[in-house]
Design a binder for this molecule. Structure first.
Ligand SMILES: NC(=O)c1ccc[n+]([C@@H]2O[C@H](COP(=O)([O-])OP(=O)(O)OC[C@H]3O[C@@H](n4cnc5c(N)ncnc54)[C@H](OP(=O)(O)O)[C@@H]3O)[C@@H](O)[C@H]2O)c1
Length: 201
């Protein structure tokens, strides 16, 4: 997600008018948005909280379009919300079960759009292997946090930093618990292969 320098993704009432900063950043001709668009093409499905979906609905109603193209989009909600596209599906219930049981077998790159409640839920449940955090050059004083009510520490590894002339900074973090698990799986696999080779000898 994109956040203000003081760590907010939206104002308290959900408004994201200050994201206009992004459009200014784009007008300044940075290459970032183009790289970002190429990256967005690699996303196989989106998952978002109902409040983020409601923001997307209001963008659409105001003629700003739908940002998620034809990519399957799963909206987490316990309410009945308007379904404005065939690509939109609603889900209510256990997020870990949904992601591991339903999404992972079908999609390679799963992108959690947000908002703050969902991104915290996702980290708390150990579902995220990466966090992409864009800092915009603005302070808004108060609002919805990037990770709303996260109740434990999540150690991260800073994997990439890209700073743009416009003042936007993109950070990519790997979630350490998952990184360690991936490394040890890799080592186990490499160990198996060595064992197999020495058996063959
Ligand atoms: N700056 C950025 O890049 C960025 C990106 C994304 C969003 N945003 C902004 O962030 C704001 C919304 O963030 P938020 O933290 O308030 O809300 P959110 O994370 O978008 O949505 C939270 C809601 O989703 C539903 N939900 C979450 N997990 C669920 C589950 N497992 N099962 C069923 N329902 C579930 C619940 O609502 P119900 O069950 O009541 O429906 C919950 O209150 C919006 O203003 C949006 O525009 C900004």
């Amino acid at each position: 997600m994109a956040a203000s320098l003081d760590g907010f993704i939206a104002r308290k009432d959900g408004r994201v008018d200050w994201l206009e900063t992004i459009r200014r950043v784009r007008r300044r001709g940075d290459h970032g948005p183009r790289i970002r668009e190429a990256f967005l093409k690699t996303i196989d499905c989106y998952v978002m909280g109902s409040r983020t979906y409601e923001t997307a609905l209001s963008f659409e109603a105001n003629g700003l379009g739908w940002s998620y193209g034809d990519t399957p989009t799963f909206v987490l909600t316990s309410r009945v919300l308007p379904r404005i596209r065939d690509t939109v599906e609603f889900y209510s219930g256990d997020l870990a079960q949904f992601v591991n049981g339903r999404l992972r077998p079908a999609f390679r790159t799963i992108w959690f759009v947000g908002g703050g409640v969902v991104s915290a839920e996702c980290l708390r449940l150990g579902l995220a292997d990466e966090v992409r955090y864009s800092i915009l050059p603005i302070l808004i004083g108060d609002g919805i946090q990037f990770f709303e009510k996260l109740d434990r520490d999540i150690p991260l590894h800073l994997a990439e930093v890209t700073a743009y002339k416009s003042g936007m900074v993109e950070l990519r973090y790997e979630v350490l618990a998952l990184r360690r698990r991936a490394l040890s799986e890799h080592r186990l696999k490499a160990g198996d292969q060595c064992q197999e080779l020495s058996n063959r000898k």
